[in-house]
Design a binder for this molecule. Sequence first.
Ligand code: ZN
Length: 222
Amino acid sequence: MSDAVDILFAQNRAWSARMQQDRPGFFSDLVKQQAPQFMWIGCSDSRVPANQITGLEPGEVFVHRNVANVVVHSDLNALSAIQFAVEHLKVRHIMVVGHYACGGVAAALANVRVGLADNWIRHVQDVRDRHRDMLGRICEQRQPDALSELNVVEQVANVATSTVLRDAWLRGQEVTIHGWAFGVQDGLLQDLGMDVCGGASLQVSYDLAITRIRRKYAAGAD
Ligand SMILES: [Zn+2]
């Protein structure tokens, strides 16, 4: 193995030893079950690690990541993860987390061809096209940030309209979906105000979140 990979094993052994020393019983408790309250749907980008950003430990957040944090209704991978999280783990919160300076979003905006991922990023271009009028009124440098936020809002809506969430809410299960954006430049999460706790609240939250984005970028504020 290369030195670059060897060091991962060395760091892993050190982490395991440190955890066992500082937190006796930590791993034996983990073996018994995972009972996370949270599901994180985020971008694959290496700068956006769910646990570190939120200070959560192993066992506390169930994670699904893909390029540009997209939730497509025919994606069995994402849907299976969401179903498992909702129906078996009974998570209380699902957060869709986009980030600024997202390569997938930038590629979608600029029509950059990167390969097979073009077909995946097409979903973000659908978001771009849906909000073409708004984006057209935003200065070019700020369009990627605006599209990152719009993409999160649209993906929250996609989670909310999935059969998994509709069934959960019909059963009376309490689970709320949130839309957040992570700032690679400052390490902070922004709440986009897109919280959905049932089918009835989707349209109101969606309209408010889109209006908020329009005002934020039209005003030239951060
Ligand atoms: Zn990204």
